[in-house]
Design a protein. Structure first.
Length: 868
């Protein structure tokens, strides 16, 4: 401490002691005399500092003697002044090692007195103590904990909560000091520490306290015994199961049942112990993988206590704190990797808590944890890649969520009293949803069909959540643009809030959407940023808008893949079936426009991710489901019958999503994907005929979008264009004859004309289908139309002098197939070809090279020979 600070300290202490003299001059003359002596000592000390510039020993004993004598009277005025003086001494760090215990005992005596103002002043002093006291030893920490325990048991609510905050601060400070004492220790091999919790284990583990190793430095030893005692106090015996819930919830939060091993006079309640354990783990999780003794304590003590408190828990305060402790372990990837056997057990416990036979608040609380898990990319990747024996935790999680969706939709759940809503009108506004659906941001309603109840899915706002005592109810419905409160954040509540079944539905859907969004996030991290940025824009806007402009140039990833890409591919390959099954069921049941858009956006993200990873079967399955719900009458909607045929709003939204996918990600579809899309477009063409007057505007939008899709093929990469033309050729062969075949032929012709400069890229596929149609047994109109279309395509290509060649051989090769058609046995084909050859000469004669002219003369001579 410098001279100026020491002078300032003397002035402050002298001022406090003068106030103390004034308070006790009549009633306590002895205290007044001792206080005046202390003032004289301080004045002399200040004079020495100011005159000589040195810093002698501060007269601490005289000041403390005055304070102790003043506090012995237990008069509030004297005590408050004395505690203020103590705060200054602590803040200026002038307490000696032998006086720290005296000060803490003094504050403990005043706290027992029970006056709320004094207790709050004691707490204010305590909150300064850890950070301004370097003389913290094991005895001092024990005394501080005993003092905070006394204040924790205060009848005053404000004192109780402030004492809890002081305990959290002390726990964090002890962990900070332990980390500082490590002195740069490296991580060690922890594989020899075997787990005490196994997936198939039936018996509960036993928490056995032990003496810490003598090799541990002082601060690390203090933290060790503190955490160990928290585990002991948070543990319970099977014999005490019936007595645990004999008290009401409020008393259980304040009353402890077991004393510690080191803290033999303290009984912290289990919720507080779990909260303090979470504070220690969250402050510096690396200490548990750096010090073997701490890792043993974590694996054999903390995890055992966590298992006991999660299994069969009917206490809301204990449940949410246990889950928060589990989240802190998961947040440290190094810790989570070392504790995979335990995490498998904990995850199964959380999944079991979501079952129908559990109470609603237990299901909702466990789903809050699962949602946080599904939103974290690192945790999902760890769950997938960490387990080598048995099913991967990630796959088990996704399968369980899918089963929950099916249970919700097919089980006869209780009525949620939500009024049914039907999506009779299309919402044409862009709701600005995030990529991959994410968590629902707006009101959603699922169709009441069979035994499925009506329920709203939403992010519940402030008017949707409260404790049971306040009469508020936690539901799935609330005002839009408001954030739903998190059950895990209700730390001050002793009783669970009243939960409605609609919230369970909302949270399960949020978990499902979060999995897809997280998988997409992992894919983005494993891929090239520029391409993914473009894809993000498309996924973020569709299917709410019909996009125009160039398609995204994102091709499927190919070997060799990086480790991150292989992991993404494996996660998608193992989970897409369950995800698609659940999304399909949501599509089938949904009628609300906003929820339908979010579900479609989630399905679109899953389709993109599978296509990007080269999972053709998964991609085609997503396209097939989307096509199914896009076609009227294919999804068994009662709405279809009620509207007397035509297209339902769901059909329109699904077609918008399909068109958006084909436009933005056509390069990912390959031949099989384009084939599925073309079949759906045929159904769209049929559905657009004879629609109701009220649907014409939406149908016109779809028709324009479909036309724009084929016009934008000029921006497709060459390989994607070949896939699309091949799919159109195969589809045209399967149609036979009729209006549908003629319509597809016209589309193919316009596509070839639009891409005439790249005709050589698709020439083989185009020529094959046109020759097939001209020689088939179809109607004369279709055969003649095919011949005429081929000539139109050739005329346009020759007129533009397509690359690569201005070479003569290229033009001649393009004209060569006409010879086959001139010799056709079909009269209509020969006539159309001759007319087309004439049009080529008239329109493109000046662009023909000498070799092409020679070929043309041969064709004319051949035509004359055949006809004559």
């Amino acid at each position: 401490m410098d001279i100026q600070s020491r002078v300032l300290l003397c002035q402050e202490i002298e001022s406090d002691l003068r106030d103390l003299c004034l308070e006790c001059r009549k009633k306590s003359p002895i205290i007044k005399d001792y206080t005046e002596r202390a003032i004289l000592k301080i004045r002399h000390h200040r004079d020495l500092v100011e005159q000589h510039g040195d810093i002698p020993v501060f007269p601490l004993d005289e000041v403390l003697r005055s304070i102790l004598m003043a506090c012995e009277n237990y008069q509030n005025n004297l005590v408050m002044i004395s505690l203020s003086c103590l705060q200054r001494l602590i803040h200026r760090r002038v307490l000696k090692e032998e006086t720290v215990a005296i000060v803490i005992n003094l504050m403990k005596e005043q706290a027992i007195n029970g006056d709320e103002a004094v207790q709050l002043r004691v707490l204010q002093t305590i909150m300064l103590t850890p950070s301004h006291m370097t003389l913290m030893n094991e005895a001092v920490v024990e005394q501080l904990l005993q003092l905070l325990y006394v204040l924790h048991n205060s009848s005053s609510v404000s004192v109780h909560h402030t004492a809890c905050a002081g305990l959290r601060q002390l726990a964090e400070y002890l962990t900070d000091r332990a980390v500082a004492a490590l002195d740069g220790h490296d991580k060690v091999d922890l594989s020899s520490v075997s787990p005490v919790i196994q997936h198939s284990q039936g018996a509960m583990p036993v928490v056995m306290p032990t003496q810490p190793s003598g090799a541990l430095p002082g601060p690390l030893r203090i933290m060790y015994v503190f955490v160990q005692d928290l585990c002991v106090m948070a543990d319970y015996d099977a014999t005490s199961f019936s007595s645990r819930y004999s008290l009401d919830a409020g008393e259980r939060m304040r009353t402890g049942f077991r004393e510690g091993f080191w803290l033999a006079q303290i009984k912290f309640p289990r919720p507080l112990c779990l909260e303090l354990l979470g504070t220690c783990v969250a402050a510096h999780p690396q200490i548990f993988v750096t010090v073997p003794e701490c890792f043993v304590l974590l694996r054999h003590g903390v995890c055992a206590v966590l298992l006991k408190n999660l299994r069969g828990c009917h206490d809301f305060a204990i449940m949410i704190r246990s889950i928060q402790l589990l989240q802190q372990i998961l947040n440290c990837q190094t810790l989570a990797t070392q504790l995979l056997p335990e995490l498998q057990v904990f995850l199964q416990l959380m999944l079991d808590l979501t079952q129908v036979e559990r109470s609603l608040w237990q299901r909702a609380t466990s789903l809050e944890f699962l949602k946080s898990l599904c939103e974290d990319k690192a945790s999902l990747a760890l769950l997938y890649g960490g387990s080598t024996d048995g099913p991967r935790l990630f796959v088990e999680l996704v399968n369980s969520l899918s089963k929950l969706i099916h249970q919700i939709c097919f089980s006869s759940g209780p009525d949620t009293s939500c009024s049914p809503q039907r999506g009779g009108q299309l919402d044409r506004s862009n709701s600005g949803l995030g990529v991959g659906g994410g968590a629902p941001n707006s009101g959603m309603t699922l169709l009441s069909t069979g035994t499925l109840p009506n329920f709203n899915l939403t992010s519940a706002g402030s008017n949707g959540l409260a404790s049971a005592g306040s009469g508020r109810v936690l539901t799935g419905g609330a005002a839009r643009n408001s954030a739903r409160l998190n059950l895990l954040h209700l730390m001050s509540e002793a009783e669970p809030p009243a939960v409605q079944p609609s919230l369970i539905v909302s949270m399960v859907v949020e978990c499902l959407f979060s999995v897809v969004s997280t998988l997409y996030g992992l894919l983005r991290e494993a891929s090239e940023a520029p391409i993914i940025d473009d894809c993000t824009e498309c996924l973020g806007n569709g299917p709410l808008v019909i996009r125009v402009g160039a398609p995204v140039q994102c091709r499927p990833l190919t070997d060799p893949m990086t480790e991150a890409q292989l992991r993404c591919r494996g996660m998608l390959a193992d989970s897409w079936a369950s995800l698609l099954s659940a999304l399909s069921l949501l599509l089938h049941r949904s009628v609300d426009d906003r929820f339908l858009q979010q579900t479609l956006q989630c399905l679109q993200t899953l389709l993109y991710s599978c296509g990007r990873m080269g999972l053709e079967q998964a991609r085609d399955a997503c396209l097939l489901q989307l096509s199914r719900y896009a076609l009227p009458g294919q999804n068994h909607e009662t709405e279809f019958d009620a509207l007397g045929g035509g297209m339902t709003p769901k059909n329109v939204w699904c077609f918008k999503a399909l068109l958006n996918i084909c436009h933005c990600f056509g390069v990912l579809l390959c031949v099989s994907g384009w084939t599925l899309a073309l079949r759906a477009f045929d159904g769209l063409e049929k559905s657009m005929r004879g629609v109701a007057p009220g649907q014409r505007n939406e149908v016109n939008v779809l028709r324009q979008a479909l036309d724009a899709l084929f016009e934008s093929t000029v921006c497709l990469p060459a390989e994607a264009l070949v896939d699309m033309v091949t799919a159109m050729s195969d589809h045209l062969k399967s149609l036979g004859e009729g209006a549908e075949a003629q319509r597809v032929l016209n589309r193919l012709t316009e596509l070839c004309i639009s891409n005439s400069e790249r005709l050589l890229v698709i020439w083989e596929a185009v020529l094959g289908i046109f020759l097939h149609l001209c020689e088939s047994s179809h109607s004369m109109e279709l055969r003649g139309g095919a011949a005429n279309a081929l000539c139109r395509i050739l005329a346009q290509a020759l007129r533009k002098r397509l690359a690569p060649a201005n070479s003569e051989s290229t033009q001649a090769e393009l004209l060569r197939p006409i010879a086959t058609l001139i010799q056709s046995q079909q009269d209509g084909v020969r006539m159309r070809v001759c007319e087309g050859l004439l049009e080529i000469l008239q329109a493109s004669g000046q662009e023909l090279e000498s070799a092409a002219w020679g070929k043309t003369v041969e064709l004319v001579a051949l035509a004359a020979q055949v006809e004559l």
